[in-house]
Design a protein around this ligand. Structure first.
Ligand code: BES
Ligand code: MN
Ligand code: ZN
Length: 485
């Protein structure tokens, strides 16, 4: 779908579908020249997500779509984002090639032009996201272009929202690819393609490099697969002096079968999404240059499969991390923390950032605790936690703080080696145990761990999220965090 902005003048352009956002309790304000049958608006309340379609009797549009925003006092960017997504979904369902969204003054007054523009553009583009690349006869979208009509103050926000939405779609495309069409080497190729766009450099480490660096945990996960692993290191440098150095670390399991501790077969195909942390990190690099982010940003993605091949790690095997820590692998399905541990060792020793944020589809337990609309946030400082939560509230990628206490760390002490990769017994708190395993590898560096196992896919409560497909969760959140820091 193409997205345009047009400053609202006296004339509404010709369009198949004119879209009006309506606050609850207010009458739809039809622009001059547009006429509807009297009954077309009767009974329309303007509740959030309420829609109504009517044929236009007169004017530049064939049809008019009313979209409810809910009460004016409750307006926030997420409601505008959802109205934008509803617009795209309805335009597609109605088979309208073009639509024009008239942005009510009240929306711009309440949120400011930039915020309103970002949210609306994001919603419109994310709501139109489709994944057809593996259909032999891909269905063409019926809805082709959306024009946002409003005051000039919206324009910069619309342009930014488009960049953010495209970065999100890039991450979603990676997520949605099945594991045979997106291997660790394919991820490396895609990262290298980002390099060509400029101001980003990419280093790709293969198995030999990992052996030299002593990444025994990452190699231990990879050894059961025919697909060779890759560690990606992307670097973005801002034009002027950097405001600081930040590292984003992503779990990149292109497939997680569980290994010898194999998963049940139901829904195992969803483990294509176990690279969603890495996808979110690559999504950030898709947009950094376009947004002129003032930080030096490093992205580290640990990419491998977790498979039960003849060489696979067996429960009880002991592997040694890059920093010398020994780990007994009691459950080969707790592999995310193993690959992240070596990625964190690499990050702290080679990059030495001020702050690390990792994203990982780490535990099923976080889905039990928080569902699909919120990710778990563990952070070593309340400042970092507050910054990330605020960014998530703004982008609609919400986070909830979870505890990481000393007793969680004690549970990860090994009997035969320094650490074990599961807490074992009936300790519960599975997401905290995962975070506790990672903590020593982040060392003294300010660090946050986002467990995105619930939010990376499967969310359906909000129109822009993606339903059964990947959500691209994390990309816009991290970019917002970098912007507002
Ligand atoms: N990738 C999974 C986590 C996951 C499970 C994500 C379900 C989304 C949906 C991870 O590698 C894993 O298998 N974790 C185990 C850890 C356990 C063995 C301690 C889990 O959560 O069951
Ligand atoms: Mn697993
Ligand atoms: Zn996994």
């Amino acid at each position: 779908m193409k997205l345009n902005f047009q400053k609202l003048g006296t004339r509404i352009p010709n369009t198949d579908l004119l879209v009006l956002f309506v606050f609850e309790g207010e009458k739809p304000k039809l622009p001059a020249g547009v006429e509807l049958a009297k009954v077309a608006t009767t009974g329309f309340k303007g509740e959030l997500r309420e829609t109504r379609v009517a044929d236009a009797l007169k004017g530049p549009a064939d049809r008019v779509l009313l979209v409810g925003l809910g009460k004016a006092k409750d307006l926030d960017p997420e409601r505008v984002r959802r109205a934008g997504a509803i617009t795209s979904l309805r335009a597609e369902a109605l088979g309208a090639p073009t639509c024009a969204v008239l942005v009510a003054d009240g929306v711009v007054e309440a949120l400011g032009g930039e915020r309103a523009g970002v949210a609306l553009a994001e919603g419109a583009v994310l709501g139109a996201y489709r994944y057809e690349e593996n259909k032999s006869k891909p269905k063409q979208a019926k809805h082709e272009s959306t024009t946002i009509l409003g005051p000039a103050s919206l324009e910069a926000g619309v342009a930014k929202g488009l960049v953010l939405a495209e970065a999100n779609a890039f991450a979603r495309d990676l997520q949605n690819k099945p594991a045979n069409l997106l291997t660790p080497s394919d991820m490396a190729d895609l990262a290298e393609a980002l390099e060509k766009a400029g101001r980003i450099s990419v280093k790709v480490f293969d198995k030999r490099d990992m052996e030299k660096m002593g990444m025994g945990l990452l190699l231990g996960v990879a050894q059961g697969s025919r697909q060779p692993p890759r560690l990606l290191h992307l670097t973005y440098k801002p034009k002027g002096k950097a405001k600081g150095r930040v590292a984003l670390v992503g779990k990149g399991l292109t497939f997680d079968s569980g290994g010898i501790s194999i998963k049940p077969s139901a829904k195992m195909d969803e483990m294509r999404y176990d690279m969603s942390g890495a996808a979110a990190v690559l999504g950030v690099f898709h947009a950094l240059r376009k947004l002129d982010v003032p930080y030096e940003v490093h992205g580290v993605c640990a990419c491998t499969e977790n498979m039960p091949g003849g060489q696979a790690t067996k429960p009880g095997d002991i592997h040694t991390a890059m920093n010398g820590t020994t780990v007994e692998v009691l459950n080969t399905d707790a592999e995310g923390r193993l690959v992240l541990a070596d990625a964190l060792c690499y990050t702290t020793s080679k990059i030495k950032p001020d702050t690390i944020v990792d994203l990982a589809t780490l535990t099923g337990a976080v889905v039990v605790a928080l569902g699909h609309e919120m990710a778990g946030c563990f952070a070593t400082t309340s400042k970092l936690k507050d910054e990330l939560l605020a960014a998530g509230d703004e982008t609609g990628e919400r986070l909830w703080p979870l505890p990481l206490l000393d007793y969680h760390k004690d549970q990860m002490k090994g009997a035969y080696a320094d650490l074990k990769n599961i807490s074992g017994g009936d300790m519960g708190a599975g997401s905290s145990a995962g975070a506790a395993f990672l903590a020593p590898f982040a060392g003294e560096t300010e660090w946050a761990h986002l467990d995105i196992a619930g939010t990376a896919w499967g969310g359906s409560a909000r129109e822009w999220v993606g339903g059964p497909l990947g959500s691209g969760y994390g990309t816009r959140l991290l970019l917002k965090w970098l912007e507002s820091r």
